[in-house]
Write a protein that binds this ligand. Sequence first.
Ligand code: GCU
Length: 331
Amino acid sequence: MKLSCTLKLSVAVFAAAMIPFCASAKITVTVSHTHVESHPDHIGFEAFKDHIEKNIGDKFEIQIYPNAVLGSNDRVFGLVKTNSVQFMAISSSNIENFDSLYSLFSIPYLFTSRNAYESFISDPKVIESLGANAKTDGFRPLGAFTAGIRNFYAKFPINTVDDLKGKTFRVQSGKTNADMIAAFGATDYLIRFNDVYSALKQGVVDGAENNELALVDQKHGEICKYYCYDGHQMVPDMIIGSEEFLSKLSPEELKIFQDAAIEAQKVEFAAWENSINKAIEEAKIAGVTFTNVNVNEFRDKVLPMHKSILKEHPDIKSLYDKAVEYNTKYN
Ligand code: GCU
């Protein structure tokens, strides 16, 4: 029997809600993300589960829901704030309209190397600073998955920045993304991650921007045959936990959840390179061309955004300065 999408979702949410009452005396901790099970975020969350269950498995049972079965990022974000879902991976872009500190990562060309970026998001002080508003936000960041480098891809070749002009690109939520697309002379179209394939197929958008995994995991490479290495953003998937849930843990339990997030992050980083290389190979077989472009041309268009974002959100200045320090240190 085939279940409709809505019915499947209701069953999953109902099951997630019922488990604490019917399984055992254990507390079920629900973890959600939008990716396929081979994705590094999922592999990271498996390590998160292992760490917790190894240490306090007599009290907590971790249930991971991949593929957005519990809903889109926006929907699950609301569920985390009310403690209906305890943990999720969510792009920092999806948080910035809610807490402007997270607009930091949407700044195009903020980092000058992957090494600087990954070291920055591995710094516990950075994660702590991002959690400054946890009490009022209703969620707390415990770590960050890399999610790689975002590049444009489309149904047409992108060889220079001018090729973006007049075209429509899918963006994820977050005001800075819309501003960035406008600065490139293109039009933005906000679409949920798991709906992008249909939007590309139906011609609602001419292209999108993401790391290489989207070409294969989300099948965007079936439609977009041109992937262009402009490297405009490095936007992490934040590992966030419900503040209500975390605040009720004992200090010992909290430490185990925090360590589990750090472990998840390490495992995700380690899995990233291999997953990307595999995705590139698969995409090439499917006919996708990968092009290196003159990155300076792209950077010049959006560099003024650094000043304007800092002016609009002075609260991100100290994190911004720290990112610049990391650029110097790790270049
Ligand atoms: C990346 C990221 C996702 C995000 C997606 C998007 O793939 O890992 O968390 O949702 O980009 O563009 O929506």
